[in-house]
Ligand binder design. Structure first.
Ligand code: SF4
Length: 415
């Protein structure tokens, strides 16, 4: 592929990102599989340095379940303490130190950056699972803004999603993907409404969009966006949202059941996530279990009122930026699901989980601030986005429990 002079679109923070290496509190070479692409694997076979060759032979193995030669042709076997064996005591990569960054695998060279190809434009963002990226993304008080430029693409760029919105006529949701994403971001950044209300406005929209796509009426999507933009402008949603249900104990029950699918003690290696999980449970129920008895509901509601609500009034941009970054980088609503309302329910589930944990953690720590929230969201993202089954289990859980309507999303969102 020619990497020169490409159209690149992305949030402004991408250009500011620099890995902080040994100062990083949650190094990406700890706790995760390290993927090696085919070209890099064969480069490693020719290591002349004795220690690198020894580690290559003992720790790098071809991956029988690889999905791409460019990504995971081979894997590095982590040590018992879940550290990459190529990481030294100062948390620096010895491959980079000894033979240079040209020897990093595609994944190591590009993380935490995330690239999609939409039509002829390369879209670059980053994941909040990296602590330094999380700070850049989430601390932006003004909200994320996007810019395009013509520039060279990194030689080791991995394309996560590739979409052509111009194919197959005009009657597919994909043809309208860019307008749908733009509308979703504009609603999420509309600070005239609370973040929960912005998500509910999207709920009305994605509920109607699901009906349109069920009737194969994707051609009507531009009209649907126009109608909803007019309703937002005319403040029509305020009354409608008031009529949606609020059921706190059901909210706690659903969110804690979704959280239980994480199988924290069996499937999550992150000690920091496990500690946050303990804080959350202690804060709400004062015990090892997530609970929904009346005193737990009272603890949760008290912490929501005393900690979460004031935090959101002052620092609501943290969660807004998290959601906007997710919507942009996942090509929402098309990235994670073919069904628009299901994609929306995954967005709501992320927000509801983060809110639930922050309320519980704040109860335990007797307060919530920007630093703590950003730290939790980074740790949550690292645990959840790379969990092998968790995210895909959410839509089937909601469907099984018949909790996949707009009223059910309201129960997850409203207080
Ligand atoms: S997680 Fe981010 S800041 Fe930390 S070592 Fe990895 S790329 Fe660098």
């Amino acid at each position: 592929m020619n990497h020169k002079n490409k159209s690149i679109l992305g949030p402004e923070y991408v250009k500011q990102f620099r890995c902080i290496g040994s100062s990083c509190q949650d190094n990406c070479c700890i706790g995760w599989d390290v993927d090696i692409d085919k070209k890099t694997y064969y480069k490693y076979q020719k290591f002349k340095e004795e220690d690198l060759m020894r580690l290559f032979k003992s720790s790098v193995h071809q991956n029988r379940e690889a999905y791409s030669d460019e990504v995971d042709f081979a894997k590095v076997k982590l040590k018992k303490d879940k550290r990459c064996p190529f990481l030294n005591d100062e948390n620096l990569c010895i491959i980079q130190a000894k033979v240079g960054e040209n020897y990093l695998s595609n994944v190591c060279a590009t993380y935490p950056r995330f690239t999609n190809l939409v039509d002829d434009v390369y879209e670059q963002s980053a994941t909040v699972s990296c602590p330094e990226a999380a700070r850049l993304i989430l601390k932006n008080k003004l909200g994320l803004s996007f810019a395009s430029e013509t520039a060279d693409l990194g030689l080791q760029t991995i394309i996560m999603y590739e979409v052509d919105t111009r194919i197959s006529g005009q009657n597919s949701m994909i043809n309208h993907l860019l307008a749908l994403r733009q509308f979703s971001i504009s609603v999420l950044q509309n600070r005239d409404y609370t973040l929960a209300d912005r998500l509910l406005i999207l709920g009305y929209f994605y509920s109607d969009l699901q009906k349109l796509t069920d009737r194969k009426r994707a051609l009507d999507i531009p009209g649907l966006i126009k109608v909803h933009n007019e309703k937002i402008r005319d403040e029509k949603f305020r009354e409608e949202i008031k009529g949606l249900p609020v059921r706190i104990s059901d909210q706690m029950k659903i969110v804690s059941e979704i959280a239980s699918q994480l199988h924290v003690y069996d499937e999550i290696d992150s000690k920091r996530f496990i500690a946050f999980n303990e804080d959350c449970k202690n804060g709400i129920s004062g015990a090892k279990q997530h609970g929904v008895r009346s005193e737990h509901v009272k603890n949760y509601s008290d912490s929501y009122r005393m900690n979460y609500e004031p935090f959101m009034a002052k620092h609501g941009y943290v969660l807004e930026n998290y959601l906007v970054n997710y919507v942009f980088s996942s090509l929402f609503p098309a990235g994670e699901s073919q069904k628009p309302f299901e994609a929306y329910s995954l967005l709501v589930a992320r927000y509801a989980l983060i809110k639930y944990y922050l309320v519980g953690i704040a109860a335990s720590k007797r307060g919530l601030n920007e630093k703590l929230a950003i730290e939790f969201i980074q740790v949550f993202s690292k645990a959840v986005e790379h969990h092998k089954t968790f995210l895909e289990s959410i839509p089937s859980y909601l469907q099984r429990k018949k909790q996949n309507t707009l009223n059910d999303m309201s129960i997850l969102l409203k207080h």
